[in-house]
Design a protein around this ligand. Structure first.
Ligand code: HEM
Length: 452
């Protein structure tokens, strides 16, 4: 392991190819190269990827420095600009004072009490979906796709309430097209200008027009009929007023935030759920303990009250351990506005700092036997043995995921309602490996037997 302790050391550079640097190695197998970096370097390592200088920090305290202590020095990296064609200037893509104002406006909608209202919608949507999954009895279920479907319904229903009824299929398929296209564009080395009429650009424009016409239509109706009350996120955003200025969100801003919540909240949760079931199917002892908790607390009412899902501590431990092994946001990048210092090392202005939950969550000094699935790592009191930034599935600092409580609640409900109905068994001879795209997906869809 290389450790450099002089007061102003230069950051060790990981060897790469002339001109391309480490780009090809990262394109070929990013997780393998990350693990090598963790073994070989102690604190910070300098990489050259896609023509940019990137500084990967490896320790929890340095991750905290970037995300929290010196967060004002760091902005959105250029990678986020591509997402703006889809998300506009929403919470995920915006920066600076504009982001701060939006975050102030949006935050109250994610308050615990407000989420309690949305929880019942989650339970209802999950109950309907479980009934559909029951039809697959005896057949392997593509759980990757199944969770995409249900999280899509949940996010659309919690955003737009009953206004989406009858339009869900069209809306979700258009949103899917937008997200797919933005993902492709983000990952592609060649990007044609958007105004070129390629078939992909035309599909994107059609989907975009459908989504905008739906969202602006609903906003318009609600503005005209301001006395009607809807228990959904759009209503909370429509009524949100900046405490400092009294301002509200414009229609364009409402549209951007709705699409952002959809994009940020749908695939992340679906992918995490698929990983969780995969882990459970391969750890029957954990599944048995989990089911015992769920059946005693939730009972067998077809649509339980959302309140009961709060009292499921072991279910939460399973969710947390699954997010440790497979954090959907496996790496986070930040652009340094000014030069910054990490111990003896310098991160130059204009370069990128990388914080990597995938590595932090597998650091053997914090997590003994890190590849082992062990929900008891999250048993009450255990967190005091580790640095708070050793576990970052939802990021940290002021840009902490605004939907973290929403996601944890949704995963608890989904998981409890699935294990209460089904036994999960792996399909033999499947090799499931992670593929780090924008989220950490399984390379091939996860197929499981869900047995009634
Ligand atoms: C398992 C599920 C989820 C995971 C692992 C996750 C993870 C994250 C992470 C790591 C960030 C910070 C990114 C960064 O700092 O660069 C983030 C931001 C964000 N997430 Fe989530 N998320 C999840 C679910 C959700 C849900 C359900 C919603 C909304 C309903 C949501 C909305 C957002 C938004 C709007 C941001 C940007 C916040 C800001 O910058 O102010 N996420 N998420």
């Amino acid at each position: 392991m290389e450790t450099i302790s002089s007061p102003t050391s230069s950051v060790p550079i990981h060897p790469g190819m002339p001109l391309l640097g480490n780009t090809l190695a990262f394109l070929r197998d990013p997780l393998a190269i990350l693990r090598t970096l963790q073994q070989r370097y102690d604190r910070v390592v300098h990489l050259r990827i896609g023509g940019r200088h990137q500084y990967l920090v490896l320790r929890p305290d340095d991750s905290k420095h970037i995300m929290q202590e010196n967060h004002r020095n760091y902005g959105r990296s250029p990678a986020f600009n591509v997402l703006k064609i889809f998300l506009g200037n929403g919470l995920l893509t915006s920066d600076g004072d504009f982001w701060r104002r939006q975050r102030r406006l949006a935050q109250p909608a994610f308050h615990r009490q407000k989420l309690a209202v949305l929880a019942q919608t989650m339970v209802q949507e999950t109950a309907d979906w479980v009934d559909e999954v029951k039809q697959h009895n005896q057949q392997p279920v593509n759980v990757s796709q199944a969770f995409m479907d249900v999280t899509m319904r949940i996010v659309c229903k919690t955003l737009f309430g009953s206004d989406v009824v009858g339009k869900l299929d069209g809306l979700s398929s258009a949103l899917d097209t937008l997200q797919y296209y933005a993902n492709q564009r983000m990952l592609s080395p060649i990007r044609f200008p958007m105004k070129w009429p390629t078939p992909a650009h035309q599909r994107f424009r059609r989907a975009s027009a459908l989504v905008d016409s739906f969202i602006y239509g609903v906003i318009n109706q609600r503005r005209q009929n301001s006395t009607s009350q809807h228990d959904d996120l759009l209503d909370m955003f429509l009524n949100a007023e900046d405490e400092e200025t009294g301002e509200r969100m414009s229609d364009q801003q409402l549209r951007d935030e709705c699409v952002t919540l959809f994009a940020a909240g749908h695939e992340t949760t679906a992918v995490s759920m698929a990983w969780t079931l995969h882990l459970l199917a391969n750890h029957p002892d954990v599944l048995t303990r989990l089911r015992a908790e769920v059946t005693s607390v939730v009972g067998d009412a077809p649509t339980p009250s959302a309140d009961v899902f709060r009292a499921l501590p072991y279910t939460m431990q399973v969710v947390q351990e699954s997010l440790r092994l497979y954090p959907p946001a496996w790496i986070m990048s930040r652009l340094a506005h000014q030069e910054d210092h990490i111990g003896p090392y310098t991160i130059p202005a204009g370069d990128t700092a990388l914080v990597c939950p995938y590595l932090l969550h597998r650091d053997p000094t914090t997590w003994p036997d890190p590849e082992r699935f062990d929900p008891d790592r999250f048993a009450p009191g255990r967190e005091k043995d580790r640095h708070p930034y050793a576990y970052l599935p939802f990021g940290g600092g002021p840009r902490l995921c605004i939907g973290n409580q929403f996601a944890l609640m949704e995963m608890q409900i989904l998981l409890a309602m699935v294990v209460r109905e089904f036994d999960c068994r792996p399909v033999p001879n499947q090799r499931i490996t992670p593929q780090p795209l924008i989220t950490l997906r399984p390379k091939r869809p996860i197929m499981l037997y869900l047995i009634k």
